[in-house]
Each structure stands twice: as structure tokens, then as C-alpha cells.
Ligand binder design. Structure first.
Ligand code: C2E
Length: 844
């Protein structure tokens, strides 16, 4: 019954939307007002005929006709709404009919004592509902004027017509009952349509929130949320609660499970693993997927001893798991590292200690629980069993494994061939007095690709990566799939080291274009480490180790970088330390620069804004992306001067474009948490706007959702002041924080920037899919809250098509433009202006 009612209300709302202009439907306040006008018209005009009949039966046929005429007149209002797109016109036409109807009836039924005199109040009251105070005051004045006129007419000698109704008592009863009934139905209808809208918002929000905190595959918490929960616990401990323990759990030989039984089986193992652990934990514990096959468990107020005992129970529980649907041979075990939080350390440090313990657990035989600091001696048998397990190519018995030397997915040579080939190349290089280059290529964040696109698409991407690498090499070079997302290339006959670097650069250039997996496209970046032979004291293992070291260093210096191993160069100290030391000089020595990524209006495809993105051009290490140093700048407090530099440079650039005769453009600038907390932020922003002379509306401050929620009370006032001055505020990465409707309705913001995780799910040709519904919900919700929506990281035409269909306002991403230097943006704007002019001339 409830469902039928709810479906009917849905249908009713859909039907009345026919009258409401599209632009009003995009705006929560206007939609409600327009909806109310249509509701009021339908209710009044449909109840009118009953009154008409009553008057007719009571012996007043003229009134019956007049009421019907007024109802007909009311019906014009919704059509006017559709035709003129003006809620005000439709509303006033309706109110006019109401007012005329009751004034006429009152006049003809004996003046202010007539039963309909009370109804004269309906015009101002309904006006209050529909148009606010100003409209209500106007109609109140009109009604008072009408009452006064009717009252004074007999006094000035104009007699009122005698009332023609036979049974006045019955009419009084009818009128009073009618008035109450109308008020009740009116309120109900408003409530229902309004509540319905909010229920939809709430549902959308719940789904978005779920996504923000859950890992889709296992249903356990995701990494971000997990860290948030542990951070909260850390704060409790700082305030005096007992310390918590962190357990890092890693499923043993998980890659082999995938390789042997397929990715679907791997997924099933992950799910069962998560469910098994979840069944054992308490409500106050936090558990979730940390990445790939790694899980994190936080046990609040727990001693290390208790945590070890609990972890041991979990380990045994996992050992008991059976997977009959996959194979009765499949046995799963887990290695667990445990660490207890120490006052003064960060969550990252606690997890790193748990990770070190996990490493000990894994390197001492796996399937065991080790706490931080614990050393383990392996027995000879354990060491042998471990070595055997490590070298076993798969979980299947030996006779069932693929004995071919090729990797079936990529068609490249498999790992086992490498030593042989390398040995051969090294011997030849000594004979020929030429170099051998060993190149280790690692695909950056391949886990993310797998998670975003699914394992099948991940496999397709891997195959293309292999093909791309192969295409850049000579036939005589050897390419081997070394691990899941790692490849090794043996380059022979090199005259000098630079040749190997050139090959590496060529490979990296190849990955500037996206790779395709079915309908999906994805950008991939690599980190490349190179080691060369001959080198003193270098055998196969050393060469492999050196390439690995170089690759790790390459990873530290950002995506798409190459590092060559050099024996005399000391290993770099930790990235954090180097960057921290150098960051101070970066600003003073002009090493920072801004790039601008265009933001496009989806309807017109015109560039309407840019996002300023900081880059660091390090004299020694080359270009460093913000992801690698913004957090450090935050930690050291350097973000405040750096952020101010960004703000000033971005505003100055905006002004420079304007001075060059280019059309007005909005520049979005990222604000970090520390900047936002700075007491002088508002003054500084206004000062910079004044100094550079840009219009405040040309500045858009981007604040990530998490930062905004964390400091909502503190932020609201400052942001409101800036907004009142005309500055726009955007919420970055929207959908990744845990939002409540209450907080969303009070957001001091103008634009919602939909997080890339929602955009990645689009463009797959499945409008019914969950990802599609999520993005649509966000856009719908934002529009109801009168916020514009910009989608970030739009990479494909299909994603854009979906966003267009959903009514998204703006988009930004590689599909349109990558972040560009300021002069490139100017060039684009000039082209756009020239195209506009061309079009205008054509029209003229
Ligand atoms: N895969 C993919 N990526 C795309 C696409 N379109 C844009 N991107 C990248 O996504 C990031 C967008 O910026 P963000 O979300 O504000 O994320 C920014 C922002 O949070 C922070 N950041 C950058 N500049 C500043 C700054 O001046 N101040 C502060 N506080 N943070 C900054 O660093 C983050 C990373 O910036 P970038 O590395 O420049 O990375 C940029 C941009 O290059 C696409 O289609 N696909």
C-alpha cells in the first residue's frame, strides 16, 4: 500500500514537472516554488466545481457560473508557467483568480457578513506560501482594500445586492468546512512533495557515503576511511585513553592464487577473508582493505599481548577456510604484523612498524603472527620449506602447470628464461667489449587500474603495455615479464650508457597516449631503473638488484622517470628528508611554477575557467608533482608562503590574460588545510585580489571535502565573508568524505567538484549500473542544493556523453586538455575567441 502511494506521488511529481521549465528544475528553490504554484492551481481548480454545484443547488446559479469561470482562468497559470518560464506570472494569475472569486462572492452574498468573507484571507496566505513576504503583503493589502470597500459601500449610499441563497446556514457550514479541508489538503500536499524530494536526497547521500567508506569488493572499510578511524582513535589516546594496536594482514601467495585459479577466484578469496575477519572483531574495532591483498585491523585499547593473541585466532580462522567452489586443493593462509601505537608517533609510523613486523613474518616462513621488534630464527626445515614455496611457480601440482617459457597474458618470455638470457648477454658483452643494459620497468599504481577497471581490463592493459614496450625495442633485445606489473628488458650491444637511457625515454614517450581496454581508456606511467654490465664485482644477482634499486629511486622522483644505477652515488636518503630540505629553497630560487588545466562548460564546450596546479622544477631531480610535496609543505608549515605565492601568481596570471585582451576567465586555486586554518587567510585573499585587480568572481577557491568537514564551524565564517565579496568556493574531491544532509545544506560553497572515482565508473555503456546512479545522484543532489557541478578527470568521450546526459555543468580532464603552461592557455583562448567571432560573422 505504501509502495502504491509512493509510486502515485512519484507519478504525480513527474506529471507536474511537464509544466516546470528546465532551468527551474535545476534549482532546488525554484523547483519547489514552481511545484507549489502548480499544486495550488490543481487543488483549487479541481475543488471549484464542487462549490459551483453547491451554489447552484442553493439557488445561486450566477455564482456557480462565476466559480467555474474562475477555475478555468486558474488553469491558464501552469500553461503560462511553461510558456513564459516565469513562476511569478503564473503565480499572480492564479492569485488574481482566487482574489476575484472571493471578492465577487462576498459582495453578492451580503457583504462582510457573508460566509465567504473569511475566504478573502486565502489570497494573502497562499501568496505567502508561493511567493514570500512581498507577494503576501501585496495581496493582504488588496484583500483589506476589498473588505473596506465592501464595508463602506452601504455607508456612502450604494446598497449591496440582496443575497440570493435560500439556505444561508447551510452555506455557512459548507464554507467553513471547505476552508478547513482546503487548508489540511494544502499542507499535506506541500509536505508530501517536499518530503519526497528530501527522501531522495537522503538516499542518494547514503549511497555516496557508503562508497566513500567501503571497499567495493570486500565490503570492508576502504583505506582512506580506515586511516580516518585510526586517526580518531589516536586522538583519544593522546587525550589519555589506552593505546591501540594495529595489525597488518597479508594473504600469503595471493598472486599465485590469481595466476592459478583466475581473478574471479582471487576475488572470492578476498571476500571470504574479509568476512571471516569481520566475524571475529568487535564493533569498536576498525577493519578494512589497505590495498590489494593487504588488510588493516585496529584494536582500540588493547595491549600488544592481547593483540597478538587475537591476531593468532584470526590466522587460525583463515587457515580453516575451505573453498570447495574453487578447488579442494586451495588453502589460504595469512601473515600478520602487529604494532602498538606509541605516543608522539603518526599513524603512518605505527603502520610502518606493523609493516616491518609483517615483513619479518613473511620472510620467516609466512602464516605467522609477528610483533614489531620480534626477531625470528628459522629452523633449517622452515627455511627449506620457504625456499621451496617461494620458487614454486603456482599452487597447482607441478605436472599441471604450464611448462612453456612464455607468459600467457603478454606473450613475453617468462621469468624463468631471464637468467639464461642475461648470462648469455653478459658473456657476449665481455667478448664484444660492448655494454649490456638491464632495464627494470614498473607500472605505477597498477593496483589502482585493476581496482578501477576490474581485473579483466587490467589484464588487457598489461598486454598492451607489453606490446608497447616490445614495439620500442630491437628484435635482438629481450623482454621478460618479471612480476605482475614489472618487466625486464635486456639491451645488448650498447656503445654507451646514454643509449639505454634513450631507449627508456622512447618507451616512456610511448605511454603519453592512453591505453584501451574494451571501451575504456586509461593513462599509464612507468618508473624505469637501469643498471649496466660490465661493472666491477657484478654478477647476475647484483645486476638485478642494481636495476631494482635504480627503479625504486625512479619511483621516488615521480611518474615517468628513469634512473641509472651508479656505484659511487650513495643511495638517496628518504624522499621525505630530501624534499623537506630542498623545499625551503624552492620558493626562494624560483623553482616553483604553475600550470593551468582548462575547465570546460559542457553545454557550450567553451573554456570557462582553469585550475592552477603547482609544479616543482628541481635542478637535480627534474619535475616533481604536487602529490609528492604538498603534504610535506603542510607538515613543515611551508604551505602558507607557498600557498600565498600560488594565489598571487594565479591571480596575476588571470589579470595578464585579461590585459592581453582575452575573455574573462575563472581561476581555481587549491587551498590546503593549514592555509584554511590561517587566521589571516581572508585578509590575504582580499588583499591579493585588490593588488592584482582581478574581479573577485574570477577567483575560485578549491577546498577538499574532508578538510571542509573537519573544520566546518571554523571555516564557515571566513568562507562566507569571501563569498560575500564575490569569490567562489568549490568543494574538491566531493563524495570521498562522509557527508550528512544537514552539513550539505549549509555548505559555504558554490560548486561541487565530483571526485574522479565517480567519473572513472562512467562511459561503460551501462546507464543502469551503480556507478552511473552514483554520479547522477551527486549531480541531482548538487542541483537541488543550488550548487553547480564540475566533473574532474574526464578522460573519454563516453564519460563526457554520460555526464552530459546527467546534466553535469562543467568538466575538466585529459579528454579536453592536460595542465598547460600559461602561454598555451592564452593560445587556446585566442583560438576560442577567433572561432566565436567567425561564428558571429556567419550568423550576421
Ligand atoms: N588521471 C587523470 N588525472 C587528471 C586528469 N585531469 C586532471 N588530472 C590531474 O588531477 C589533478 C587535479 O587536481 P586536484 O584534484 O586539485 O589535486 C591536486 C591538488 O590537491 C594538489 N595541488 C596541486 N596544486 C596545488 C596547489 O597549488 N596548492 C595546494 N594546496 N594543492 C595543490 O595536488 C593534487 C594533484 O595535482 P596534479 O598532480 O597536478 O594532478 C591534477 C591533474 O593533473 C585526467 O583526466 N586523468
Amino acid at each position: 500500500m505504501k509502495n502504491i502511494g509512493s509510486r502515485l506521488i512519484d507519478r504525480y511529481i513527474t506529471a507536474i514537472h511537464w509544466f516546470i521549465p528546465a532551468e527551474a528544475q535545476q534549482n532546488a528553490a525554484q523547483l519547489t516554488r514552481a511545484q507549489n504554484v502548480v499544486n495550488a492551481v490543481l487543488l483549487s481548480a479541481l475543488s471549484g466545481p464542487f462549490y459551483s454545484l453547491a451554489y447552484y443547488l442553493l439557488g445561486f446559479p450566477t455564482a456557480a457560473q462565476e466559480i467555474l469561470a474562475c477555475c478555468a482562468f486558474m488553469f491558464i497559470a501552469p500553461f503560462l508557467l511553461r510558456a513564459t518560464r516565469s513562476i511569478a506570472i503564473a503565480r499572480e494569475v492564479f492569485l488574481c483568480a482566487v482574489f476575484f472569486n472571493f471578492t465577487w462572492l462576498t459582495f453578492n452574498l451580503g457583504g462582510v457578513n457573508a460566509p465567504t468573507a473569511g475566504w478573502l484571507i486565502t489570497a494573502p496566505v497562499v501568496a505567502m506560501f508561493l511567493g514570500g513576504v512581498a507577494t503576501a503583503v501585496f495581496w493582504l493589502a488588496m484583500s483589506c482594500g476589498a473588505v473596506a470597500a465592501i464595508y463602506t459601500l452601504p455607508m456612502v449610499g450604494i446598497a449591496l445586492p440582496p443575497h440570493p441563497v435560500k439556505d444561508m446556514d447551510l452555506l455557512y457550514l459548507l464554507c467553513d468546512l471547505g476552508l478547513y479541508l482546503v487548508i489540511v489538503v494544502f499542507v499535506l500536499l506541500f509536505e508530501l512533495t517536499k518530503t519526497k524530494g528530501f527522501i531522495k536526497l537522503e538516499q542518494a547521500l547514503n549511497v555516496i557515503n557508503e562508497l566513500a567508506i567501503r571497499d567495493e569488493l570486500t565490503g570492508s572499510h576502504n583505506r582512506r576511511h580506515l586511516i580516518g578511524l585510526i586517526e580518531q582513535e589516536r586522538e583519544r589516546v593522546v587525550k589519555g585513553a589506552q593505546a591501540f594496536c594495529v595489525c597488518l594482514l597479508d594473504i600469503d601467495f595471493f598472486k599465485r592464487i590469481n595466476d592459478t585459479y583466475g581473478h574471479a577466484a582471487g576475488d572470492a578469496v578476498l571476500r571470504s577473508f574479509a568476512v571471516t575477519v569481520q566475524k571475529q572483531i568487535r564493533e569498536s574495532d576498525a577493519f578494512g582493505r589497505y590495498g590489494g591483498e593487504e588488510f588493516l585491523l585496529m584494536l582500540p585499547e588493547t595491549t600488544l599481548e592481547d593483540a597478538m593473541q587475537f591476531a593468532e585466532r584470526v590466522r587460525m580462522g583463515i587457515e580453516r577456510l575451505v573453498f570447495r567452489d574453487i578447488s579442494s586443493d586451495l588453502k589460504v593462509s595469512v601473515s600478520i604484523g602487529v604494532a602498538q601505537f606509541r605516543l608522539g608517533e603518526t599513524i603512518g609510523q605505527t603502520v610502518t612498524r606493523a609493516d616491518e613486523a609483517l615483513y619479518t613474518a613473511k620472510s620467516s616462513g609466512r602464516n605467522r603472527v609477528i610483533n614489531y621488534g620480534q626477531t625470528v630464527e628459522m629452523t633449517r626445515e622452515q627455511a627449506e620449506a620457504q625456499a621451496e614455496a617461494e620458487s614454486a611457480p603456482s599452487l597447482l601440482p607441478l605436472e599441471l602447470t604450464d611448462t612453456s617459457q612464455c607468459d600467457p597474458l603478454t606473450g613475453l618470455l617468462g621469468r624463468r628464461v631471464l637468467r639464461d638470457r642475461l648470462n648469455h648477454a653478459m658473456s657476449r658483452s665481455i667478448r664484444n667489449e660492448r655494454l649490456v643494459g638491464l632495464m627494470l620497468l614498473n607500472v605505477n599504481k597498477f593496483k589502482d587500474i585493476n581496482e578501477a577497471l576490474g581485473y579483466e581490463a587490467g589484464d588487457a592493459i598489461l598486454a598492451q603495455i607489453a606490446a608497447n614496450v616490445r614495439d620500442c625495442l630491437r628484435d635482438s633485445d629481450t623482454v621478460v615479464r618479471w612480476g605482475g606489473d614489472e618487466f625486464i628488458v635486456i639491451l645488448e650491444d650498447l656503445a654507451q650508457l646514454g643509449d639505454a637511457q634513450q631507449v627508456a625515454e622512447k618507451i616512456l614517450d610511448r605511454f603519453a597516449l592512453p591505453l584501451r581496454a574494451g571501451e575504456r581508456e586509461s593513462f599509464v606511467s612507468l618508473s624505469v631503473g637501469i643498471a649496466t654490465f660490465p661493472a666491477p664485482g657484478c654478477d647476475i644477482d647484483t645486476l638485478l638488484k642494481r636495476a631494482d634499486t635504480a627503479m625504486t629511486r625512479a619511483k621516488m622522483w615521480g611518474e615517468n622517470s628513469v634512473q641509472v644505477y651508479s656505484s659511487d652515488a650513495p643511495l638517496p636518503p628518504s624522499e621525505r628528508l630530501i624534499l623537506k630540505n630542498h623545499l625551503r629553497e624552492a620558493l626562494a630560487q624560483d623553482q616553483l611554477l604553475l600550470e593551468y588545466q582548462p575547465q570546460v562548460d559542457i553545454a557550450s564546450r567553451r573554456i570557462v575557467g582553469v585550475e592552477a596546479l603547482i609544479r616543482w622544477n628541481h635542478p637535480q631531480y627534474g619535475r616533481i608533482e604536487p602529490g609528492r610535496f604538498i603534504t610535506l609543505a603542510e607538515e613543515t608549515g611551508l604551505i602558507v608562503p607557498i600557498g600565498e605565492w600560488v594565489l598571487r601568481s594565479a591571480c596575476a596570471q588571470n589579470r595578464a590574460w585579461r590585459d592581453a585582451g582575452l575573455p574573462a576567465l575563472k581561476t581555481a586555486v587549491n587551498l590546503s588545510a593549514r592555509q584554511l586554518k590561517h587566521p589571516e587567510l581572508v585578509d590575504r585573499v582580499l588583499e591579493i585580489i585588490g593588488e592584482t585587480g582581478i574581479a573577485p568572481s574570477c577567483l575560485d577557491l578549491e577546498i577538499t571535502e574532508g578538510i571542509l568537514i573537519d573544520n566546518m564551524e571554523m571555516n564557515r565564517q571566513g568562507l562566507q565573508t569571501l563569498r560575500q565579496a564575490g569569490v567562489q568556493v568549490s568543494i574538491d574531491d566531493f563524495g570521498t568524505g562522509y557527508s550528512s544532509l544537514g552539513y550539505l545544506t549549509e555548505l559555504p560553497a558554490d560548486i561541487l567538484k565530483m571526485d574522479r572515482s565517480f567519473v572513472t565508473r562512467l562511459g561503460q555503456g551501462e546507464p543502469g549500473a551503480r556507478g552511473y546512479a552514483l554520479a547522477e545522484s551527486i549531480i541531482h543532489m548538487a542541483h537541488r542544493l543550488q550548487l553547480a557541478v564540475i566533473a574532474e578527470a574526464v578522460e573519454t568521450e563516453e564519460q563526457l556523453a554520460d555526464l552530459t546526459a546527467m546534466g553535469c555543468d562543467y568538466a575538466q580532464g585529459y579528454y579536453f586538455h592536460r595542465p598547460l603552461a600559461a602561454d598555451k592557455v592564452a593560445e587556446l583562448l585566442r583560438q576560442q575567441a577567433a572561432a566565436d567571432q567567425g561564428q558571429a560573422l556567419q550568423v550576421a
